[in-house]
Ligand binder design. Structure first.
Ligand code: B12
Length: 238
């Protein structure tokens, strides 16, 4: 059941530079606080959706080129919303609920913790403070970061797609690859992500197969309100 859905999703999103990995709702709910739980039966099938370095060229640029979007808000978010809606249209015989990384609850907390979803789906290891044995930071809160075995930090986690009518009691959990295995490297990773994320170096904490193109780096290095100009678009907020 999960294998068929995975094949369908990857047939649709794979050529656009996305990667989809299945997980069960109870794997996700088991590790997070109840206030973040996804309200579906335990064995419900869901997928975490990552954008790989190729998404920018294969999905985003064609999306932007195709559209006159004077009212667009965040163009990347708009693009992902568009492709998720395309998935729903292509698989219209099935009920699919999408939750994006940027969606917030009324209490302003994220609707889905995509890093935890990526970890439990085995897509990318989520390195957190508690993974470090000798914590050098004391009480300071350090944000965690996912590292992909092929792309290091050169990817993003765009959301989850849930199949509320599909139950997968026998889906086997795949563990994520612990590719940043020493304490020393983990400390370096968390410090780069928390204190120097703008220099991109956390993304190269391991050897990677692929990085963002220069154009993509320039796009993400540009402050959001100036990205519209870079794309030749007018912002709805301006
Ligand atoms: C709010 C937010 C921010 C805030 C706060 C950061 C934070 N982590 O809290 C700010 C604005 C600071 C921020 C900044 C950045 N962010 Co940000 N951010 C988010 C966002 C929207 C929500 C994160 C959040 O609030 N989590 C809530 C807290 C409570 O979750 P948590 O700490 O993980 O705690 C849970 C886990 O510990 C879990 N848990 C407990 N035990 C266990 C055990 C296991 C095994 C597991 C798996 C889980 C688990 O339970 C806890 C909850 O109960 C996410 C997208 C999303 N929807 O998830 C992106 C996200 C985390 N950000 C991301 C990025 C890249 C950045 C920036 C580099 C900027 C950028 N966008 O380029 C910077 C870097 C950080 C910095 N140095 O400032 C990426 C990280 C990608 C990755 N590889 O991990 C994400 C996933 C967005 C994306 N689409 O990819 N961000």
């Amino acid at each position: 059941m999960a294998a068929v859905r995975k094949q369908q999703l990857n047939a649709c999103l794979g050529p656009l530079g996305f990667q989809c990995d299945p997980f069960r709702i109870d794997w996700y709910n088991a590790v997070i606080q109840p206030s973040f739980h996804l309200q579906y039966p335990d064995d419900t099938l869901a997928f975490v959706v990552l954008s790989t370095p190729q998404m920018f060229e294969k999905a985003f640029k064609p999306f932007i080129a195709d559209k006159q979007l004077p009212t667009v808000r965040d163009p990347i978010d708009e693009c992902i919303v568009y492709y998720f809606s395309l998935v729903k249209k292509n698989l219209s015989d099935q009920r699919i609920e999408a939750i994006h990384d940027f969606e917030m609850l009324p209490n302003r907390k994220p609707k889905v913790l995509v890093q935890t979803a990526a970890h439990v789906a085995g897509a990318a290891y989520y390195y957190q403070m508690k993974d470090v044995q000798q914590n050098p930071w004391g009480e300071k809160k350090m944000y965690g970061v996912c590292i992909h075995p092929r792309y290091g930090g050169w990817f993003a986690i765009r959301g989850v797609l849930i199949f509320p009518d599909v139950q997968v009691p026998s889906l086997e959990q795949k563990l994520p690859v612990d590719c940043v295995s020493t304490d020393e490297k983990k400390i370096q990773l968390l410090e780069r992500f928390n204190f120097h994320w703008q220099d991109w170096t956390y993304r190269d904490i391991i050897d990677v197969e692929e990085r963002y193109s220069e154009e993509q780096k320039q796009y993400f290095a540009t402050p959001p309100y100036e990205r519209f100009k870079l794309l030749g678009l007018k912002s709805a907020i301006s």
